[in-house]
Design a protein around this ligand. Structure first.
Ligand code: URA
Length: 432
């Protein structure tokens, strides 16, 4: 079959066979199928979709395009968590040590960020000396010995996704549930854990704009994982407003440490408790939600979760004094306050706008080669539901270069203030 016939078939609403998907992915990775033909097929998938089998075959073919991590050297069930991304999302920094303190083996592969703020690895690298480049054997030894490691994706993991994602990014073909689900799940399956808990976000700061779309994406990913023999659960959570108060790399690490010390924001803690509870139940460490939440609360109260983070930072070369005293993190030289000009109630904070503003203040990368300023970012001083008086500080920006009047205007506009009291959107929409 000529590749153009496969494109025509999908364009006309047909279903691709495993063999056709195999020919596409293997041909695209080795260069036999050019970008322009793959772009045409991706666009046909955007409009025609893919059924369950096609989506699973696509994930599996992508998974087979590169290496897979063998975690069989780690005893017991290994767990991983994935967030579809959002603004202020430092959940992994709290959750991974928290679950490890409850006896779960957390073998976490994370990425760097493009746009908004950095990814988990960028955040961890704001701890001086911390290295996420762990050779495979060291990664396995560390998880065996302390129950926890967070490493960057190394080696030749899912090369098909690297190539496809770069093409999707520039051809308007990112927003398709089968394409997003296969992209995420191929990487999660390649990373080798037995239990995967997905935090699928919806709202302005997320790929999926509504809880219904996020639910569909989560169901698709759960189906793929189950077909691959994994235990997969999902939390559908709001990214209408940023998570927690801190947006920016070292600011988010500080907030994660405060949360592990019992002084973090309520929404972040709630999300960590929900995801942690699923991880504990699916790995068999807890028999019920109540038991799981009691174990997680005890790990926080006794300080064992914080101790796990300390151990990980030490093992991965980071300066643990920064965890013990977060005032030692380098500060951005400039601090600018953004104040309210009207009275009312804060309904929401536009997560997408805050993400972009934090990036422009130096906390994220607009292009791959850009350098992140670890100390830059935004601290939100008000949360949805709060009563606001004119003159109140809404946010503090930490930065090195001066911020434009337009930046200040956009930042103020991100705070949606109403005259009447409104009920903020609940953080957790559902659990699948
Ligand atoms: N994240 C991914 O890894 N892949 C997508 O397609 C979208 C988000």
């Amino acid at each position: 079959m000529r590749f153009v016939d496969i494109i025509e078939k999908k364009k006309n609403g047909g279903s691709l066979t495993r063999e056709e998907i195999h020919d596409w992915i293997s041909g695209y990775v080795d260069g036999r199928i050019p970008d322009y033909q793959t772009s045409a097929l991706l666009m046909a998938i955007i409009f025609r979709g893919m059924n369950e089998e096609e989506t699973f075959y696509l994930t599996d073919e992508m998974l087979r395009s590169g290496d897979r991590i063998d975690l069989s050297g780690i005893e017991g069930l290994k767990a991983d968590k994935h967030s579809t991304g959002g603004v202020g999302d430092k959940t992994s920094l709290v959750l991974a040590p928290l679950a490890a303190a409850c006896g779960v083996k957390m073998a976490k592969m994370s990425g760097r960020g493009l746009g908004f703020t950095g990814g988990t690895i960028d955040k961890l690298e704001s701890i001086s000396g911390f290295s996420a480049e762990l050779p495979r054997e060291d990664f396995i030894r560390q998880v065996n010995e302390i129950g926890l490691a967070i490493a960057g994706q190394t080696g030749n993991l899912v090369p098909a996704d690297k190539k496809l994602y770069a093409l999707r990014d520039v051809t308007g073909t990112v927003d398709s549930i089968p394409l997003i689900a296969s992209s995420i799940m191929s990487k999660k399956l390649a990373a080798g854990s037995d239990v995967i808990v997905l935090d699928v976000k919806y709202g302005s700061g997320a790929f999926m704009k509504t809880p219904e779309e996020a639910g569909k994406l989560a169901e698709t990913m759960i189906r793929i994982g189950t077909m691959a023999g994994k235990k997969v659960r999902a939390v559908i959570s709001s990214m209408v407003s940023p998570l927690g108060n801190a947006v920016g790399n070292s600011l988010e690490v500080i907030e994660a440490v405060q949360t592990l010390k019992g002084q973090g924001p309520e929404d972040l803690l709630q999300l960590c408790m929900e995801i942690g509870s699923l991880i504990l139940q699916e790995t068999g460490k807890a028999g019920s939600e109540t038991e799981a939440k009691e174990m997680l609360s005890a790990a926080l109260a006794e300080g064992s979760a914080l101790e796990k983070l300390r151990q990980m930072v030490i093992r991965q070369g980071g300066d643990v004094r920064l965890i013990d005293d977060t005032d030692l993190f380098e500060k951005a030289p400039l601090l600018t306050q953004v104040c309210a000009s009207e009275d009312g109630y804060l309904e929401s904070i536009d997560a997408l706008a805050i993400g972009n503003l934090a990036m422009r203040a130096g906390a994220g990368r607009a292009r791959k080669e850009d350098q992140i300023d670890p100390a830059a970012g935004i601290l939100l001083k008000k949360k949805p539901g709060d009563r606001i008086c004119a003159g109140d500080v809404l946010a503090e920006a930490y930065h090195r270069q001066s911020l434009s009047a337009e930046w200040m205007r956009e930042c103020k506009a991100a705070f949606v203030i109403r005259k009447e009291e409104t009920k903020p959107v609940s953080l957790i929409h559902s659990i699948l």
